[in-house]
Design a protein around this ligand. Structure first.
Ligand code: IMP
Ligand code: MG
Length: 344
């Protein structure tokens, strides 16, 4: 389908980077375009033996010659952006909207030194919240005012809409996760804007009628960093024993952990109007699944876990991650009627 939007279903860190890099290659995307908040995100892509931890560029960069764009709604930290352009070797195919607001040192400082943000909320300290404050006050700098970004400026909304008019494949990459949304998340323990599929589309400048598929990504267990409620949270030593213990990409903090939660998954599907689900890290909860690429090769227990999600949520699981590499995946999209509601 030409226009697919990928969003996180829990509190971020669901493994969106891996899923998006796989889809970019499978669907030979013409454009990968990033919506979402800004460099508070950390998307990990492991491809051809290399590991990339991206905070600004879309994870679709792995598709050679594809356009790598950042929508107007996204906050840009120029030094992180330029670093990633070099790291990925994408110069020449990267575009940034002139209206992207710019994160400056003062924003990072405020994020890190404000007791409310750094302690009560537990932000990533990357300056995104304070920069969005300045944007709302209409005093933030924007990309078109920054000399070192001039080579990258393109009207992202026009380029994306034109590609869709021509029937080309566009993948829209969301960041964070549904329950970090400023509107629909666990306020005040959330990020500085909405991050559900509708806002991700608005960030890049496409309207609701443009979208063909919304894929929501859930990890096989839940993690969250920072403060705020986490239903079913388990102690860190138990997470370590289970092999579910993780450390955050951007901040190096220990991630809090809980088992998969069907009620939250249902709500995330509703808020994003998702018609497909990706489940990542199945191999972390069932180690014998590691590297499996065919559904029939999965152990019964793991099939039961997937089936239970489909039946309770009513939306098909079309992708299952079984390892960190881009191609460690079971792809069921062709075998499922994506618009169908799953029945017991
Ligand atoms: P901020 O987005 O840096 O303002 O942080 C607000 C809350 O969102 C904190 O709990 C962060 O840990 C969380 N957060 C923001 N971005 C991400 C992400 O990409 N992954 C996981 N948590 C995030
Ligand atoms: Mg992350």
């Amino acid at each position: 389908m030409p226009c697919k939007v990928v969003v996180g279903g829990f509190w971020g860190d669901e493994g969106k980077g891996k899923i998006i890099s796989y889809l970019a290659l499978r669907d030979k995307v013409h454009i990968g375009v990033r919506g979402g908040v800004g460099p508070n995100a950390g998307h990990t892509v492991q491809f051809e033996g290399k590991s990339y931890k991206l905070r600004m560029l879309p994870s679709t960069f792995v598709k050679e010659k594809s356009r790598v764009l950042i929508g107007a709604g996204v906050l840009v930290n120029p030094s992180i952006f330029l670093e990633e352009v070099e790291l990925t070797g994408c110069r020449g195919r990267v575009g940034l909207d002139p209206n992207c607001a710019i994160i400056e040192e003062k924003h990072v400082k405020k994020d890190k030194t404000s007791p409310h943000l750094s302690k009560n909320i537990g932000t990533t300290g990357t300056g995104t919240g304070p920069c969005n404050v300045d944007r709302v006050r209409r005093i933030a700098k924007i990309a078109k005012e920054v000399p070192e970004l001039q080579d990258f400026l393109v009207d992202v909304a026009s380029e994306v809409n034109k590609a869709l008019d021509e029937g080309k494949n566009v993948l829209v990459e969301g960041t964070q996760g549904t329950f970090l949304s400023l509107y629909h998340g666990t306020y005040p323990y959330c990020t500085s804007k909405d991050v559900t599929a509708s806002s991700i589309c608005a960030d890049v400048g496409i309207g609701p009628r443009r979208v063909d598929d919304v894929l929501v990504v859930f990890k096989s267990y839940i993690t969250r960093v920072g403060q705020g409620p986490l239903p079913g949270e388990i102690p860190w030593d138990e997470a370590e024993r289970l092999g579910w213990a993780e450390v955050a990409t951007v901040t190096g903090r220990k991630r809090r952990v809980a088992p998969f939660n069907v009620e939250l998954a249902k709500k995330a599907v509703m808020l994003n109007s998702a018609n497909q689900i990706a489940i990542t890290k199945l191999d972390v909860i069932y180690p014998s699944c590691r590297g499996i690429r065919k559904y029939t090769d999965l152990p019964e227990e793991a099939k039961g876990f997937i089936k239970n999600i489909e039946v309770s949520v009513g939306v098909p699981v079309t992708l299952i991650g079984t390892g960190p590499e881009t191609y460690d995946i079971i792809d069921l999209e062709k075998t499922k009627r994506v618009s169908a509601v799953i029945k017991t």
